[in-house]
Design a protein around this ligand. Structure first.
Ligand code: PRX
Length: 656
């Protein structure tokens, strides 16, 4: 292996970037972590867990007698919000800034840990006054504003599991999540600013509750955009009004380590999203440990910024819980990267002197497309560490990120993990691991992973296989809300006693892991998980649609993009013609998916076809459709019930 000059554009994948001695000398992570964890894994996790404040210390580390349902630190009791906020004030750091909130229009606000405690206590008191108690589920549907962080922590403070629903999801998507979790309250805002425009949010909550199962008794509304909102007296409450009378004193409720901290819905291979359940003690332990070591956190000097929205797991673990348990000073940003100009993110880094920046490959590729003269206009010299998550980063984007954003000096941590894993699992340790662009590299100390072939045997170097996790880990999901069987079937049935992540991967001769992408019917668009069947269900719910098949096609910027093949109903063809023909139908169907799920799920392309390729047992062969969507020669069609179907599809599309 050679060390390559990072500014050379060669598209090699085996260049290695060793840590600088300066970084290594001061690094939080030590090489000895690997040895310590290998010598006694449970002891290793026990010591990390003891860094939290426990109101009742645990005596047992792991109970895996009811595998795959793990219990970590189960006889201990603690409160997540106390660990993320109060204890920092008690240790004399109440005046340290916890949040720099940057709004899209350039306005800003900052909150010290002491101020966060006041805000969160107020909200916890308000929720309790509305009757929310420990164990109740609360849905949160908010933009990236400080109140979103307060809302999550207020729920944690009273032991009410939150279910954050991304603000870009539709009313229908929100309703199904509220109903599945039986949420008793919703915390939302009147609206949000996106690309300079005030967009309503509260109407989606009203819509969602109309026709829901009726578990929601109260809606707390943050005023963000102003303007009129419909109001249901008795149910809806302005946060700023309740806040006025709410006390800043609130006693955090200690819960069992295995008490659910939150539910977060994610797409699976079937139409119904899965409510991933995370509990308190193990999740916080791994969130804090990974955040500290992977991001080399220095609480007194770093300014950290993770660009994820709280609607995703990254926003949970690496905006709220990990950073705050570690007493981080961080930036949160409400808006999009290009509003009002394409240098907005780099401007934010300059403004706050951000030292640590965690984002996604899609964002980096988009910035590359916009051109390096844009970041060049800003002072990025405060940066000392960069990270990515959500999908593999192609080596070219990695090198651009390092050179243009990181000034050739910042290590990049490519972190592999999932909503289900709760926290980072595979990643280099900065200052310790020589970096390889494009590889997430090695399981963190305390984590065990492998790449297996179809028969469950470890693959040879560079052979493709399936990524599995071989030992339970503290932040692992504890199940799917209300569906234990689906939990077992989805993750634990493919390989005995091992967690199957749904990703394909290879290991190179050094043992570094290269994740190759999903091997199931889950797509990854801009690092967001979308299920093919969820979008297919949305399409067939439109009266014009007879059948639909959705595939993720390779996309230069977003990793994958959604391409839908749709057969229209013959009895709808008259209506389709009357309403502007096929071209219009395509727009109608795209909008319909946006309505049913949310704008992120809108197919980039809808291709109207007359047949779909199916096996004799009726299964749609997505592999062949992917060939069409990616403009490749169509692969082996032998297993098709009717092998002429692919010709028909291609001829039909060519004629359009
Ligand atoms: O396919 C992998 C991909 O994202 C999936 C998890 O998606 P989600 O639960 O939405 O969580 C995303 C943020 C943690 C994985 O199954 N993925 C995530 N990180 C990487 C990745 N693929 C390659 N490299 C990564 N660093």
């Amino acid at each position: 292996m050679t060390t390559q000059n990072p500014s050379e554009p060669a598209e090699q994948t085996q260049d290695v970037y060793p840590p600088s001695s300066e970084f290594s000398t001061n690094a939080v992570a030590r090489p000895s972590l690997y040895e310590e964890a290998a010598a006694d894994r449970l002891k290793f996790w026990e010591l990390r867990a003891r860094l939290l404040n426990w109101s009742k210390p645990f005596t047992e580390v792991l109970d895996y007698s009811n595998a795959p349902f793990a219990r970590w630190f189960a006889d201990g009791r603690l409160n997540a919000c106390y660990n993320a906020v109060d204890r920092h004030i008690e240790s004399g750091h109440g005046d340290q800034v916890a949040l720099f909130a940057e709004y899209e229009d350039g306005a800003d606000a900052s909150y010290t840990y002491a101020q966060v405690k006041d805000e969160v206590s107020r909200m916890a008191n308000a929720l309790q006054d509305l009757g929310v108690t420990t164990g109740d589920r609360v849905a949160i549907y908010l933009p990236m504003i400080p109140e979103a962080v307060f809302a999550m922590l207020a729920c944690a403070r009273i032991g009410a599991p939150h279910s954050v629903v991304f603000g870009g999801f539709s009313a229908d998507a929100l309703r199904s999540r509220i109903d599945d979790a039986g949420a008793v309250a919703v915390i939302t805002a009147d609206g949000q600013f996106r690309r300079g425009k005030a967009l309503p949010l509260k109407p989606a909550v009203d819509d969602a509750l109309d026709g829901s199962q009726g578990t929601v008794k109260n809606v707390l509304v943050v005023k963000r955009t102003g303007g009129d909102v419909a109001w249901t007296d008795g149910r809806d409450h302005w946060w700023h009004e309740l806040r006025e009378d709410a006390s800043t004193e609130h006693e955090p409720v200690a819960v069992d380590a295995e008490h659910p901290l939150f539910i977060l819905y994610t797409s699976g291979t079937t139409g119904k999203p899965k409510g991933i359940v995370h509990t308190t003690g193990g999740y916080l332990t791994q969130a804090a440990y990974t955040h500290r070591n992977v991001f080399d956190l220095k609480p007194s000097s770093d300014v950290y910024w993770c660009t994820a929205d709280i609607g995703w797991i990254t926003g949970h673990t690496y905006v709220v819980y990990g950073p705050m348990v570690n007493r981080t000073t961080q930036v949160i940003y409400e808006g999009t990267p290009d509003t009002p100009h394409q240098g907005r993110w780099w401007e934010v880094i300059q403004k706050y002197g951000v030292t640590t920046f965690y984002s996604s490959p899609t964002a980096i590729r988009t910035a590359m497309k916009w051109g390096e003269d844009i970041p060049a206009k800003f002072d990025l010299s405060s940066l000392r560490l960069l990270g990515t998550v959500g999908e593999s980063i192609n080596p070219e984007a990695w090198r651009w990120y390092r050179r243009v954003i990181g000034g050739d000096r910042c290590p990049i941590v490519d972190t592999w993990w999932q909503t289900e894993t709760g926290a980072i699992m595979i990643s280099p340790l900065p200052g310790v691991t020589p970096l390889k662009p494009g590889s997430a590299q090695v399981p963190l100390p305390g984590i065990s992973a492998d790449v297996l072939d179809d028969n469950g045997e470890a693959v040879q170097p560079d052979e493709p296989g399936f990524l599995v996790l071989t030992d339970p880990w503290p932040a692992m999901l504890r199940g799917i809300w209300g569906d234990d069987q689906r939990f077992i079937d989805t993750y634990w049935s493919r390989f005995e006693n091992r967690y199957f992540a749904g990703d394909g991967a290879k290991k190179d001769a050094d043992g570094d892991v290269w994740v190759t992408g999903r091997v199931d019917d889950v797509m990854n668009v801009s690092g967001h998980r979308l299920s093919t069947s969820e979008i297919e269900s949305a399409l067939v719910s439109h009266p014009w649609v007879a059948e639909a098949a959705v595939v993720g096609a390779a996309d230069e910027t977003t990793g994958q993009s959604v391409v839908a093949f749709v057969i229209l109903r013959s009895d709808a063809l008259g209506d389709v013609e009357a309403e502007g023909g096929e071209e219009n139908a395509v727009q109608v169907l795209r909008a319909h998916v946006g309505q049913e799920i949310g704008p992120i799920a809108k197919p980039k392309k809808v291709l109207l076809v007359t047949e779909l390729p199916k096996t004799r047992s009726g299964k749609i062969m997505r592999r062949l459709l992917r060939d069409v969507a990616e403009n490749r020669e169509v692969g082996d069609t032998q297993t098709l019930a009717d092998s002429s179907v692919m010709d028909l599809i291609q001829r039909g599309l060519a004629g359009k």
